[in-house]
Design a protein around this ligand. Structure first.
Ligand SMILES: Cc1cc2nc3c(=O)[nH]c(=O)nc-3n(C[C@H](O)[C@H](O)[C@H](O)COP(=O)(O)O)c2cc1C
Length: 214
């Protein structure tokens, strides 16, 4: 019976963040957690999506992923939030999901849960760090404890290839047309973040369980 519950919640338009989400979930699963993978509600009008076959293809591919709810957040011990970068910031779609958590904010029911963030940009210096750090801001308001991605995860330090990953979270670089999928190194870092989330959530749960048993 898994002792830790991890939610991976994301928005992805062209599939890069979705691929990172899958890798984070897989990493967390191999570490023994129960997983929910959820996408957030699309805000782009359907007629806009339907004009771009590449977007329709991604929508079809991930149609089976349920839409995230506040209940998913309440269920989880740890949450990985993912969004592509939009002008150095998270997408409106993910922000809108976070903006719907007012009830949980007021009740304090997310306080003390663990969260990590992940992103994808088209360029190497297009704002990954500003996106990741600004994604953390509402999470602090909601009471999340942030799990970063420390340099102990040494893959992020390699210089031989273009890759994502920083102390603020995992990421990928998709190129000008968004067609460069997360590379092996990016996916390995994503899996490592999933594992780390479970390990830390487990440590946070233990004192609660010990108190309950006493
Ligand atoms: C409106 C818009 C704004 C974007 N802003 C940035 C940006 O500031 N920096 C950057 O490097 N890429 C930017 N991108 C590119 C996406 O972040 C990038 O293609 C990302 O990999 C998409 O993730 P996805 O495949 O999960 O949708 C932007 C894309 C769009 C559509």
């Amino acid at each position: 019976m898994p002792d830790v519950k991890i939610l991976v919640v994301y928005y992805s338009m062209t599939g890069n963040v979705a691929a990172l989400a899958e890798a984070i979930a897989e990493g967390a699963r191999t570490e023994g957690a129960e997983i929910r993978v959820r996408q957030v509600t699309e805000l782009m009008p359907e007629e806009v999506i339907n004009k771009r076959p590449a977007l329709v293809k991604v929508k079809e591919k991930y149609r089976h992923i349920p839409i995230a709810t506040n209940e998913d957040l309440e269920w989880a011990d740890g949450v990985a939030f993912g969004s592509p970068t939009r002008y150095g910031n998270m997408t409106a779609q993910l922000k809108e999901f976070i903006d719907q958590t007012g009830k949980l904010w007021m009740s304090g029911s997310l306080t003390g849960k663990l969260a990590s963030v992940f992103t994808s940009t088209s360029t190497q210096h297009g704002g990954q760090e500003s996106t990741l750090i600004s994604m953390m801001i509402p999470l602090f308001h909601l009471g999340f404890i942030i799990q970063g991605f420390p340099y102990a995860e040494q893959l992020q330090m390699g210089m031989e290839a273009i890759h994502g990953g920083s102390p603020y979270g995992v990421s990928s670089i998709s190129g000008p047309t968004a067609e460069r999928s997360p590379q092996k190194q990016d996916l390995e870092m994503a899996a490592a973040l999933g594992k780390r989330l479970v390990q830390t959530a487990r440590k946070l749960r233990r004192p609660v369980e010990q108190a309950e048993a006493a």
